[in-house]
Design a protein. Sequence first.
Length: 133
Amino acid sequence: MKIGDIRYIGVVKAVFITVLLAHGILNTIGFQSYHETVKSLHGNAEFFNAAFFYHLMCYIPFAEIMLAVLLATRKANRWILSFGFILFLIATYFYIDTEQSGSPILFLSLAFVTAWFIKNTGNLYRNKIQLTY
């Protein structure tokens, strides 16, 4: 079995969707505390201190949920995955700029998995399992 095998892609896709949904829903439920955290981190940022990045970071939980839903419903294509990749890289660099410890690792790993999905987009929906009786 190779890494590009359909079984690996299915397992990685299921775990990725679960992580995106869990992280997005938890930050959406506690959006007030998430917003306050982003607001306080925005003051510490040196490079990413523009208002654009502040507002972009506030919408990341919603983008995570939408990306997970699009992946689960098989509607994600290369453009949507590329948008997610760029968004996760910006989030990674924002948290590195504000000297956070755990968040850059999470977003960098999400960016790498998204890049892997972009590479294997053709395999994401190939070989759909059909139940026959």
